[in-house]
Design a protein around this ligand. Structure first.
Ligand code: SAM
Length: 287
């Protein structure tokens, strides 16, 4: 079969973008990956298999979406830009296991969507994320009541470094702590700006976060634990006592006592603490 009767995903996208005179919107983070060889390598690294349900955030021109559709069981792609609809219709033609929903990822009811499209089965996230909301998307996925079993995403290298950071380092932040509570992160590969169309001004990394089978901490109240993480990093140079007072409305004495009961120095700063230590403070507050 010739390339013309069965065009590649890349050719389909390039033709469709031209045909509909699509103009990328910088503010939506529209730096597309169109090179099929590179995307195939990324999906090999992500180990996408025929039993996978995949949620893609931001299909763009749909090259990754089409390749996902050819490898996975089902693909649900969430795109905010309706202007991409005709492009995606052409690029995804003939794939009955791929659905595109035009909605803002930050506004969707994740559980309802997962129930509707994957029948409540496990799912994975694979995406070249819009960089302007990377952290918000990761927090929404990891903190949801139906978190994915893994997240394989292209992010700005700086964001990857924050995600991968450890307690006691300058990079350690609420995002890193919340993600460490969700799963184990690693870098799959570096990707240079020239791989994108148009090229962003930053280096990128394709990273993978696997949800823990056995989480490193088991808070008795996960919602309180997440609030504690946010409180710990709320005002970085303040002591945890001050952050507890501001975030939980505790008195100075009650906040100091919680730290002492958790076996911590009362002058400690929240950003210096490990997940396990933050969990001890939660337990002390509850008792
Ligand atoms: N996956 C495509 C690729 O690799 O070429 C496009 C990736 S591009 C970096 C990010 C995509 O996310 C764009 O298509 C953009 O329109 C979409 N996007 C931006 N904000 C979004 C949001 N809030 N919800 C859903 N999609 C969004």
């Amino acid at each position: 079969m010739s390339e013309y009767s069965n065009p590649s995903a890349e050719l389909r996208a390039r033709v469709a973008l031209e045909k509909y005179r699509f103009k990328n919107t910088h503010s939506l983070g529209q730096n597309f990956l169109l090179t099929e060889g590179l995307i195939s390598m990324l999906l090999d690294d992500a180990e996408v298999s025929p039993s996978d349900n995949v949620l893609e955030i931001g299909p763009g021109a749909g090259v990754m979406t089409r390749l996902l559709g050819e490898r996975a069981k089902r693909v649900l792609a969430l795109e905010v830009d309706r202007g991409l609809e005709p492009v995606l219709v052409d690029v995804l033609e003939g794939l009955s296991n791929v659905r595109v929903v035009f909605q803002d990822v930050m506004k969707v009811d994740l559980r309802a969507l997962i129930e509707e499209h994957f029948g409540g089965e496990d799912y994975r996230v694979v995406a070249n994320l819009p960089y302007y909301i990377t952290a918000d998307i990761l927090l929404k996925l990891a903190g949801s009541d139906c978190p994915p079993v893994s997240i394989c995403i292209m992010v700005q290298k700086e964001a990857a470094e924050r995600v991968m950071s450890c307690p006691g380092t300058k990079q350690w932040c609420a995002l890193a702590a919340e993600l460490q509570f969700y799963g184990q992160a690693r870098v799959l590969t570096d990707v240079a700006p020239e791989a994108f169309d148009p090229p962003p001004h930053v280096m990128s990394q394709f990273i993978r976060i696997d949800r823990w089978d056995v989480p490193p901490v088991r808070p008795s109240d996960p919602a309180l634990f997440r609030r504690m993480i946010r409180a710990a990093f709320a005002m970085r140079r303040k002591t945890l006592v001050n952050n507890l007072k501001a975030s939980f409305g505790m008195s100075q004495d009650a906040a100091r006592q919680a730290l002492i009961d958790a076996g911590l120095d009362e002058r400690v700063r929240g950003e210096a603490l490990t997940l396990e230590e933050l969990n001890r403070v939660c337990d002390a507050m509850r008792s």
